[in-house]
Write a protein that binds this ligand. Sequence first.
Ligand SMILES: [Zn+2]
Length: 82
Amino acid sequence: MRCFSYVHPSEGIFVRFVVIECRGHNYIRIHKEDCVHVREPGTSTKSSLWHGYFDTFYDAKEFARSLGERVKECTFCSPRNY
Ligand SMILES: [Zn+2]
């Protein structure tokens, strides 16, 4: 039997949020930290920059807005619904 390290948020693990700045496309996207699209905050590639961690979705959104680009929410991890 395989052992998975992933723990579902409903089991009481505190989930933080990560903001990804997509420089090439000029938009910002908000994710939960356990989303497949998330990398370690501070990570920078040619097209993206990861910011975090944010304790609440609201904090992440405030920061995302401060960057001055369009703000989107990830449809895969639905950060708003956490
Ligand atoms: Zn996501």
